[in-house]
Design a protein. Structure first.
Length: 399
């Protein structure tokens, strides 16, 4: 996946053809997410969910822009299924011991695709077996509602001229209202063509050292962000355990690999994936891929997406969405709505009482569109009233 050339101008959502590609990628990502949510039932395996998600992303992206043979399309982030205290990036291989979902499991689905390098990613949290009749309560409800509300706050703050740390602070305050904590050090990145981790980013719950190393920035018109909110019932500190990384991404580093297996692996990844994250499942020979990736990691040709965990007795919820930042309001293109149907599944004893946060969450994401809807509704009411008055006048005249 080659990026744009050195002299080629950056393509942004100021160009409507770019917006179309983002929205097409988002439509596919949302469609696959909904299918995976339907599959999340007791005894369904994590491996099957991951394989199904990746297969669907490839199948659906192959159906669009068929005539433009030069356009690259496919997976932008392989399907991950992280359960309960697993924070992120869990995407097992065929050779791993099988893991099946159980009733009551808190499940995080994370995936994405791209069209011509324009990336749409999403993450969603659910509880297996939850329904209006079987509501989620206790700490599961707390952490999911904390993450959902924090994502909604972030959506309203990723606006032109706002600073990234305003989002950091809001996510922290929302989490606190539900007696939860954001997972420390997690980043939300700006997206650009063929770049999933752009230079501008939002950090969650940073340590003092992380604050020193993380730059302040302002959001600008026609930027795109993958806003990733991860909230924990525990301390919010991720740690590595026995689960090895299976997702990696090519770096810009150069090194002459010594092992034949490593060279074959690297050649296949460049041909298939370019600059996009990839899973070892996608290689023809999984065993050789597991061997070949080691030298590539050791010499920083690829970076691993580490599988992180909270303490065993804690829970982590995640919501990620892709947002287009426009002058007249944000356009959230991935992620399911936090509507009444969603809220009906969860019941927490906590709620947001901070007046400023309440005001923020009640604010329209797209003020101009909201005003336009109000004007249209008022006009429809006036027209209906005029029509009624006209009929009454006609009846009176006939008398």
């Amino acid at each position: 996946m080659a990026g744009r050339g050195g002299d080629e101008p950056e393509r942004t959502i100021a160009d409507e053809t770019v917006v179309t590609k983002y929205k097409n990628a988002a439509e596919i990502t949302n469609k696959v997410l909904k299918s995976l949510i339907e599959m999340c039932k007791p005894d369904e395996t994590v491996l099957n969910l991951c394989e199904t998600g990746d297969r669907m992303l490839l199948e659906e992206t192959s159906k669009v822009f068929k005539k433009e043979k030069e356009i690259k399309k496919g997976i932008a982030f392989p399907t991950c299924v992280s359960i309960n205290n697993c924070i992120c990036h869990f995407s097992p291989l065929k050779s791993d011991a099988p893991i099946a979902l159980k009733d009551g499991d808190l499940v995080k689905l994370d995936l994405g695709c791209h069209i011509d390098g324009f990336i749409a990613v999403v993450a969603h949290t659910l509880v297996v077996g939850a329904s209006k009749e079987n509501k989620v309560t206790g700490r599961k409800a707390d952490v999911i509602l904390a993450a959902a509300n924090a994502a909604e706050a972030a959506l309203r703050l990723v606006r032109p001229e706002n600073e990234n740390y305003a989002v950091t602070d809001a996510i922290g305050k929302v989490s606190e209202a539900f007696k939860c904590k954001p997972v420390s050090g997690m980043l939300s990145h700006q997206l650009k063509q063929s770049v999933i981790d752009g230079e501008k980013s939002i950090i969650q719950n940073p340590t003092e050292d992380q604050k020193k190393g993380h730059e302040k920035c302002k959001f600008d018109v026609d930027e795109v962000y993958a806003v990733d909110v991860l909230i924990s019932t525990g301390e919010g500190k991720g740690r590595e355990t026995v689960a090895k990384p299976t997702i990696f991404k090519r770096t810009d580093n150069i090194y002459s690999l010594k092992m034949k297996t490593s060279r074959a692996f690297f050649s296949e990844l460049e041909k298939k994936h370019g600059s996009m994250p990839f899973t070892l499942r996608s290689f023809e020979d999984e065993k050789k891929a597991r061997m070949g990736v080691i030298e590539c990691v050791n010499h920083k040709l690829v970076d691993p997406f580490t599988v992180l965990f909270e303490k065993d007795d804690q829970l982590v919820a995640q919501f990620k969405f892709t947002v287009l930042v426009k002058a007249n309001g944000n356009v959230k293109i991935t992620g399911l709505p936090f509507d009444e149907e969603f809220k009906a599944l969860y019941e927490s004893e906590h709620k947001i009482e901070d007046p400023e946060l309440q005001k923020l969450l009640n604010r329209s994401v797209n003020p101009k569109a909201a005003n336009r809807r109000k004007r249209n509704a008022k006009k429809a009411q006036d027209d209906a009233k005029d029509g009624k008055d006209g009929k009454q006048a006609e009846v009176k005249n006939e008398d």
